[in-house]
Design a protein. Structure first.
Length: 102
């Protein structure tokens, strides 16, 4: 059963591109993590300022193992002097109830 984790990040309206620029170089960094199935950074297309980082996992244990890993800590650290783009965030957890497509 696929597990979906969504990190909802509130970003000032003029800072969204900066968030995308920070994610772009690391987009494929997770491909070899056991249980990781995919990642998407979703940009709001209306007047919202909440961006969504959506990851899919084979199971909860795979996500938890990654979350507790050095890989996670490294990927979530900022270079000295770099300020965060987001003003707040929260993680939402879902499982797939119905799926269509390939």
């Amino acid at each position: 059963m696929t597990v979906v984790k969504i990190n909802a990040i509130d970003v000032p309206a003029d800072s969204g591109d900066a968030l995308a620029e920070r994610f772009a170089p690391r987009a494929d960094a997770m491909n070899d993590v056991p249980g990781f199935e995919g990642f998407e950074l979703l940009r709001p297309e209306d007047d919202r300022t909440t961006w969504l980082v959506m990851t899919r996992w084979a199971d909860e244990a795979s996500f938890e193992k990654w979350r507790d890993s050095e890989n996670f800590r490294t990927g979530h650290s900022r270079p000295e002097g770099q300020r965060p783009v987001g003003t707040s965030s929260e993680v939402w957890s879902y499982s797939t109830a119905v799926r269509s497509g390939r």
